[in-house]
Design a protein around this ligand. Sequence first.
Ligand code: NAI
Length: 347
Amino acid sequence: MFEDLLRRWEGEEAVIHYEAESDAWMFVCVHSTALGPGGGGTRLRVYPTPADGLADAMRLSGAMTLKMAAAGLPRGGAKAVLAVPELPTGHARRRLLLRYGDLVESLGGTYRTAGDMNISPADLDVVAERCRWVYGTSAGGGNSARGTALGTLHAIRATAEHALGTSDLAGRTVLVQGAGAVGADLVRLLLADDANVLVADVDDSRAATTGATVIPVGDVIGTECDVYSPCAVGGILNVDTIPRLRCRAIAGCANNQLAEPEDADRLHAAGILYAPDYVANAGGVLQLVGLEDLDWSEEELEQHLAEIGDTLRQLFRESADHGVTPDAAAARLAAERVAAGRATAWS
Ligand code: NAI
């Protein structure tokens, strides 16, 4: 029920619009503007019920607050969901996206969007016909995969430094799960670092084109490696897989790698260093917000991507000093930044 969800949610504002013509629900959830306007992608999906779509937008918007804060961006967290009876195509899709553009424009920049599941740069081009607050359009450079891949490389180097005593990846074995937009680019960067790269993808041909050593998807969890880099799906670190991992550290770009919060404790107890996913994969938002909204140069972007490594070094130190998981240290860092930002006005 919408009422229960809205009462329980600790976010700032949920905007709900129902489009009778297409039977589509639009949910824009602005979780926090303490650090700046709320940023986060738009997800187009079929949900069992509209309330499931609203719940997803609420949950994801909270995660964006953590990601933006941990990345040090002057942006809050938000997310939008377009919950549809079936994925629209052609004219119906265009009409829905234009109407959605009107909705986001009406919020005056409090919510700034980009792509997410089932929303491509071409879709964002349509939204941008009606709305100023759109990033990741074709004109703006499209996909954020290159920033995410480079940021993840910095995360892997920092994680190796703490777990293995060196950030030099030459001769180290890194297992990349998923050779998609980010994973394939990451493999290329790792090979340039002279790492011994293993790669697995449900699409074998994708894995093969990376030039790394291909391993079967079913072997990912039990394969020995120095760093395991999940770059495909969420929930892969769980009560079943963690005891079977044969890696020293984990740093990858996939969202929501932990199936449940307790998995951070399980990894800690197993002596596996875990780079919190939303810290490691912040390169995408740094690229989109930095280049398209904050007018950074490419050099400034590169500097901020490298800071992902610095943030992780700080979190690993805090984790070691205070006996907490890196995940808990990251949550605390983000919460402190949000609390500090709450008093500061933005425009
Ligand atoms: P993508 O869809 O281009 O690539 C995912 C790849 O994983 C595909 O090649 C797919 O065949 C493969 N795959 C799916 N299930 C698999 C499995 N069980 N084992 C092995 N391979 C599997 O996605 P993209 O853009 O590369 O993103 C990867 C992950 O990173 C996703 O979780 C995404 O949410 C996350 N992410 C991506 C960002 C971006 O800028 N693209 C930013 C932040 C997070």
